[in-house]
Design a protein around this ligand. Structure first.
Ligand code: SF4
Length: 317
């Protein structure tokens, strides 16, 4: 098998040997692995692209809150910032990327149709970054599609390198974190970065998501998930800019993935999608639990939580 890769290092070797960008290796891998024709592979990705765009369009226009009222009103507010970009600190492309990421994940919270790319919780970063940059660059549809293939190749390489996209296993670093790395690589190829620059952008992005807890309030994929995707979009753009400007990640991408998995092995279950740690057990998190009728958080998860009144006497240990 000529186009199969087991990590990002191998992916780059195939790109170099065949003088191909990452997107084209990803397409050939799919054709080779599943015996599909190129038009079939591309058409399937077109369906993904269209579904992403529909979710964005719907999410931008909708202000209905999610069932428990935690999220649903941010996308439109941030999108309005695109018109005020002169008074914003971020560029127009970054503000729009954040708005699109919010639109997608708010749709997810409303149980609307989205593409879990790589997961539902982390579904906003890739479409946010790619569609915003596509508009900014007035890019071709072909380039947009290729960027999605490049993003997908990074996700595949993470999984093939014994990484994960499961928050239950590795926390949010594996969901929004990996999504951010995928977006960084995809947008870098859209900007005509080399395969090395794409993978380097992914490494820069993922490094800065390492250790990220999965700590959703009430166990709902809403807070902090929705806004975390928007910030992920901003990080992906920063990583792409740095990579295009020649800044290299000192630690290569495959090692960053290994670091993510090492961190996951030390992560307490309370911050791995159980809603028993981090933001989920703040006073606000408790209020959400109560509103949802969930049982109180067991004591063993609370004893290490410092409060304002805590004198650190260790009496509670
Ligand atoms: S906090 Fe957890 S549920 Fe929310 S996006 Fe991150 S991994 Fe998914």
């Amino acid at each position: 098998m000529k186009y199969q890769f087991s990590n990002c290092g191998k992916l780059l070797e195939i790109c170099k040997k065949n003088k191909l960008p990452i997107s084209q290796v990803a397409i050939r891998r799919e054709m080779e692995l599943f015996g599909k024709s190129k038009p079939l592979v591309r058409n399937k990705m077109k369906e993904v692209r269209n579904a992403m765009w529909h979710a964005i369009q719907k999410g931008i226009k909708t202000t209905t809150k999610s069932k428990y009222g935690l999220v649903g009103t941010s996308a439109g507010k941030v999108y309005a910032g695109v018109k005020k970009s002169g008074s914003m600190l971020h560029s127009k492309v970054a503000i729009r990327a954040m708005a699109y990421a919010l639109a997608t994940t708010e749709q997810n919270a409303r149980m609307g149709r989205i593409v879990a790319f790589p997961t539902a919780g982390g579904s906003g970063v890739v479409p946010g970054v790619l569609f915003s940059t596509f508009e900014h660059m007035k890019s071709s549809k072909r380039k947009m599609l290729n960027a999605l293939f490049t993003a997908s190749a990074i996700g595949i390489a993470v999984l093939e390198h014994d990484g994960t996209i499961s928050a239950a296993k590795a926390g949010c670093q594996a969901e929004v974190g990996v999504g951010t790395a995928m977006a960084a690589a995809g947008v870098t190829e859209m900007r005509e970065g080399t395969p090395e620059q794409c993978v380097n952008a992914a490494a820069l992005a993922l490094k800065n998501m390492l250790g990220l807890a999965c700590d959703p309030l009430g166990g709902l994929v809403e807070v902090p998930c929705v806004k975390r995707n928007a910030i992920g979009a901003s990080i992906a753009l920063a990583a792409s800019d740095m990579s295009m400007l020649g800044v290299e990640s000192f630690v290569p991408m495959d090692e960053v993935v290994e670091a993510m998995m090492n961190i996951s092995a030390t992560m307490n279950e309370s911050i791995r999608e159980t809603a028993l740690g981090g933001l989920a057990i703040t006073p606000t998190g408790f209020r959400v639990r109560e509103k949802m009728g969930l049982p109180p958080v067991p004591k063993e998860y609370l004893k290490k939580t410092p409060t304002k009144k805590c004198g650190n006497c260790k009496g509670c240990n």
